[in-house]
Design a protein around this ligand. Structure first.
Ligand SMILES: Cc1ncc(C[n+]2csc(CCOP(=O)(O)OP(=O)(O)O)c2C)c(N)n1
Length: 568
C-alpha cells in the first residue's frame, strides 16, 4: 500500500533536495559564501526561491544568521564551502552553542572518495565542531538527506536550542535522490527533551515562596527562548518579586517594571547584586549561573533556597547546588506556577529595600564633565531617541556593558549580543541579520573601534539589499575593555591595547556608499545624534569618546556579588 509520502515522491539532485527541504522548514533566506565543494548547491540556489545573502566573509554569514535567529527565535541557516569556508564559521558555531541559538550550518565537503585523504580543501569539520554543536551530521547517502535535514531542524529548535552542522560531500549534492516531502514528526529515541516540569517540584517551589521573606527571580535567556516573557511579568507582578536579569535576559521584563532591579553580575547594578547576595529564595528561570553572573560560586546566595528551572537538566546543579531542580520549558513552568491559587508573600520590607537601592544607586557617570563625550551619555541619548523600541545589536567590550546598563530594553529578543563566548566581530553582521528579519523595524549596532575592524566588510551588503541599520561606533582609540583590565589589574601596563593609528572610519563607510558622520563635540552631541537618527537609510555614526573611561561598578572576577567596586 502506498502512503502519502510515496505518492508525491520526486527525483532530484541532492542539492535540489536540500533546498526543497529548507523550503519545507519555512526558511526564507540563507546566508552564505560559495566555493568548490558547494558549487552544485549554489547552482541550485540560482533557480531557487530562497535567496542567498552573499556576505563578504563566512564569519559574517554565521553571525548574520545568529542575529536573524536571535531576533526571531527561528533558526538561521548558513551555507559555506568545505575546508577554509567551514573553518571560517567555527567561531560563530561556538558562539551559537554558548548562547543556545538555533542554527543550521551546511558545510560543503569534498566528494566521498576523497574524505580522509587530505583532498584539496578538506577539513574534518565533524571532528572540529563536535564539541561546539548540539549535533552534527555527514550525509553519505543522498536518500538520507531529507531525513537528516528534518532531524537537524528538530534538534536545533527544540529542548535547549543550538547549532547543528550538516556536512554535505560534493558527490552527494550531485547524484539524484528521492524527495518525499516527509511529514512524519521526528522521533529520536536518544533525544527526548523534557519540556513539562514535574508538578511535585513546582509545588515545592510554591511552598518555599509562601515562607520566603526575601525572594527574588533571576531571569535568563531561557525565558526568551521559551517565549515566556508575558508569563514572567505576570508571575513577578503577582508576587511582587524583585527580579534580576542576566545580560541575555535583558528585555524579558520592560525597563520600567517596578520590580526589575537591572542586570546582575560583573557589571550589573548594585541593587541586583545585593539582592543576589542577600535573598532567601532564588528562583532561577532559564539562566545557567554563568561566571559573569555568579562571580564566586562558593559564596553565591549562601542564605538562599535555590530553585532552578531549566530545559537542560545538565545545567541544574552544574555551578550552584540546587535545592529545587525543575527540568522543563520556562513557559510551561511559569504557566504551572501561575496556576496556583494566588497568595500573599510576606516580603514588603525586602521589596522596599531592593527598590530603594535601585533608586539610590543607579548606574552613574560624570555628567558634569563638559570636556569629553561620555559613551554612557551616547547610549542613554540613543535610548531616548528610539524610546527603547529598537533592536540593538552590540559587539563585545566596554560599549557592550554600557549598552546593557543604559539602553532601556523593553521586549524579549531585543538585545542581540554575544553573551557566552564574548565574540568580537559579532555586532555588525548580527545587526544586519536582524534587519533581514524585520525590514521595517529599527536596528542599531553599537560597536567599538576594535570590533569594528573585525567584520566591517559586511557594510558591502547594506545598499545591495536596501537595509537600514544605524551603526554607532564608540571610538575610544583602544581595546577599551582590555585596557580597563590592564589599568586595574596589571599596573596600568597597556600591552597591545591602544591603537597607534586608525583608518578614517568615515571614508571607509563612504567607500561602501554608506552615509557617515563623526561626532566629537561634547556640547552638541545630543543634537547631532538626533540629526543622525532622523536620517533614513544605513549610516555610520562615529563618536569620539574619552580613552580613559572604565565600566563601573564592577564585581572583580572570583569575588562575591556583594563586594562591588566603584559604587558611589
Ligand atoms: C575575537 C575576540 N578577540 C579578543 C577578544 C578579547 N576582548 C574582549 S573585549 C576586547 C576589547 C574590545 O575593544 P573595542 O572593540 O574597541 O570595544 P571597547 O571595549 O573599546 O568598547 C577584547 C580585545 C574577544 N572578546 N573576542
Amino acid at each position: 500500500m502506498k502512503n502519502q509520502d510515496q505518492e508525491i515522491a520526486q527525483k532530484m539532485s541532492g542539492a535540489q533536495l536540500l533546498l526543497k527541504s529548507l523550503q519545507k522548514h519555512d526558511v526564507e533566506l540563507v546566508f552564505g559564501y560559495p566555493g568548490g565543494a558547494v558549487l552544485p548547491l549554489y547552482d541550485a540556489l540560482y533557480d531557487a526561491e530562497i535567496p542567498n545573502i552573499l556576505t563578504r566573509h563566512e564569519q559574517g554569514a554565521v553571525h548574520a544568521a545568529e542575529g536573524y535567529a536571535k531576533a526571531t527565535g527561528k533558526p538561521g541557516v548558513v551555507i559555506v564551502t568545505s575546508g577554509p569556508g567551514a573553518t571560517n564559521v567555527v567561531t560563530g558555531i561556538a558562539d551559537a552553542m554558548g548562547d543556545s541559538v538555533p542554527l543550521i550550518v551546511i558545510t560543503g565537503q569534498v566528494a566521498t572518495p576523497g574524505i580522509g585523504k587530505d583532498a584539496f580543501q578538506e577539513a574534518d569539520i565533524l571532528g572540529i565542531t563536535l564539541p561546539i554543536t548540539k549535533h552534527n551530521y555527514q550525509v553519505r547517502d543522498v536518500e538520507e538527506l531529507e531525513k537528516t535535514i528534518d532531524e537537524a531542524f528538530h534538534i536545533a529548535t527544540t529542548g535547549r536550542k543550538g547549532p547543528v552542522v550538516i556536512d554535505l560531500p560534493k558527490d552527494i549534492s550531485i547524484i539524484e535522490g528521492t524527495y518525499t516531502q516527509r511529514t512524519k514528526p521526528v522521533n529520536l529515541i536518544s533525544y527526548q527533551p523534557t519540556t513539562n516540569p514535574s508538578q511535585l517540584q513546582i509545588t515545592r517551589l510554591m511552598e518555599q515562596l509562601k515562607k520566603a521573606k526575601k525572594p527574588i527571580v533571576l531571569a535568563g535567556a531561557g525565558i526568551t527562548a521559551a517565549n515566556a516573557a508575558k508569563e514572567l511579568q505576570e508571575f513577578v507582578e503577582r508576587y511582587k518579586l524583585p527580579t534580576v536579569t542576566t545580560l541575555l535576559g535583558l528585555g524579558t521584563l520592560p525597563a520600567d517594571c517596578p520590580y526589575f532591579l537591572g542586570m546582575g553580575g560583573m557589571h550589573g547594578s548594585y541593587a541586583s547584586n545585593m539582592a543576589l547576595a542577600e535573598c532567601d529564595l532564588l528562583i532561577n528561570i532559564g539562566s545557567r549561573f554563568d561566571d559573569r553572573l555568579a562571580t564566586c560560586p562558593s559564596q553565591f546566595a549562601t542564605g538562599a533556597v535555590i530553585a532552578h528551572i531549566d530545559i537542560d537538566p545538565a545545567e541544574i546543579g552544574k555551578i550552584i547546588p540546587t535545592d529545587i531542580p525543575i527540568v522543563g520549558d520556562a513557559k510551561n513552568a511559569l504557566e504551572k506556577l501561575l496556576a496556583f491559587e494566588p497568595f500573599e508573600v510576606d516580603s514588603q520590607a525586602w521589596q522596599e529595600l531592593c527598590i530603594e537601592r535601585k533608586q539610590k544607586y543607579p548606574f552613574k557617570y560624570d555628567r558634569e564633565n563638559k570636556d569629553e563625550i561620555k559613551p554612557q551619555r551616547v547610549i542613554e541619548k540613543i535610548g531616548e531617541i528610539t524610546k527603547g523600541q529598537s533592536f540593538v545589536s552590540t559587539d563585545v567590550g566596554q560599549h557592550q556593558m554600557w549598552v546593557a546598563q543604559y539602553y532601556p530594553f523593553n521586549f524579549p529578543n531585543q538585545l542581540i549580543t554575544s553573551g557566552g563566548l564574548g565574540t568580537m566581530g559579532f555586532g555588525i553582521p548580527a545587526g544586519i541579520g536582524a534587519q533581514f528579519a524585520y525590514r521595517d523595524r529599527p536596528v542599531i549596532v553599537f560597536v567599538g573601534d576594535g570590533g569594528f575592524q573585525m567584520t566591517n566588510q559586511e557594510f558591502a551588503i547594506l545598499n545591495e539589499n536596501g537595509l537600514n541599520v544605524k551603526f554607532v561606533l564608540i571610538n575610544n582609540g583602544s581595546l577599551g575593555m582590555v585596557r580597563q583590565w590592564q589599568e586595574r589589574f596589571h599596573n596600568e601596563r597597556r600591552s597591545s591595547s591602544v591603537f597607534d593609528g586608525q583608518p578614517d572610519f568615515i571614508k571607509l563607510a563612504e567607500a561602501y556608499g554608506i552615509d557617515a558622520v563623526r561626532i566629537m563635540n561634547p556640547a552638541t552631541v545630543d543634537s547631532e545624534l538626533e540629526a543622525a537618527f532622523a536620517k533614513e537609510g544605513p549610516m555610520l555614526i562615529e563618536v569620539i569618546v574619552s580613552n580613559s573611561e572604565h565600566v563601573t561598578p564592577m564585581v572583580p572576577a572570583g569575588v562575591p556579588n556583594d563586594q562591588m567596586i566603584g559604587v558611589e
